[in-house]
Design a protein around this ligand. Sequence first.
Ligand SMILES: NC(=O)c1ccc[n+]([C@@H]2O[C@H](COP(=O)([O-])OP(=O)(O)OC[C@H]3O[C@@H](n4cnc5c(N)ncnc54)[C@H](O)[C@@H]3O)[C@@H](O)[C@H]2O)c1
Length: 273
Amino acid sequence: MTETVLGNQMLKGRHILVTGIANRWSIAWAVAEAVLREGGKITLTYQGETQLGNIRKILADIPGGDSVLVEPLDVCDEEQLTSLCSTLEKAGIFLDGVVHSIAFALREELDGHFVDTSRKGYLLAQEISAFSLVALSKALLPRMNDGGAIVAMTYLGSERVVPHYNVMGVAKAALESAVRYLAYDLGGRKIRVNSLSAGPVKTASGRAIKGFGDMVKTVSEQSAIKEQLTVSEVADVAVSLLSPYFRGVTGELIHVDKGYHALGMVLPGSSPA
Ligand SMILES: NC(=O)c1ccc[n+]([C@@H]2O[C@H](COP(=O)([O-])OP(=O)(O)OC[C@H]3O[C@@H](n4cnc5c(N)ncnc54)[C@H](O)[C@@H]3O)[C@@H](O)[C@H]2O)c1
């Protein structure tokens, strides 16, 4: 097998803001680590004191981790969005990239039937998981360099019905559409906006979906490449999207799922060549 060589400094000198690190298993942390490996700098956001403690512990394990700026951000709080921008200004930071790795739905909406979705649950999932990308982009624009990039994490449940994903699938569909509209609006400043559709990986948010363990197993058995997806595989595509290698790509949705999305049907007894 060909050796995979990573760490080509494709983000050298670039400053990336990464949202959505709940703990060391979060997709966002894998992205932050990959940004550092590629020579970039990071600013992180957290939601609540528990996450701040988790992030500080993770950063303590990496060289220079104690000097990373870690700022509060609840995307439902306009004041926090505004003060994030002012803090970047005070610190003299201009961003070359933003990673949106944020989603939320009430646990009860990720269990029963979609038809039973409550109004409150629908609106909350939309606000946190989709509108937040618009709000975050707008808030950070004054601190973004022209030619920067925004990447949002999404999931196949937006395009196809995935049992129990329910209201989150509809919110992800809105998020993907927002990516295209933002790509158009921000294209004037050559800021690219793309979404990355990851296959299921075990994180706190994933586990909130009923039957998530079965989902991970089924997907790895039925993908083109029959292996479990890892967060670092997702993170490496995220850093690529943030890098100049993807400077001609915007408004795009890229599946990182070992080819699961490409299959229409799996028949018993059929297997790859
Ligand atoms: N885990 C998977 O299988 C998978 C697959 C495809 C896409 N995704 C997406 O990846 C992203 C990251 O999820 P993860 O799996 O790493 O789980 P995670 O639980 O580690 O991260 C989710 C993050 O969303 C943040 N968040 C929720 N509400 C927020 C709010 N109001 N303000 C600010 N932040 C808020 C949480 O604080 C947390 O850090 C999500 O968009 C998720 O939908 C995950």
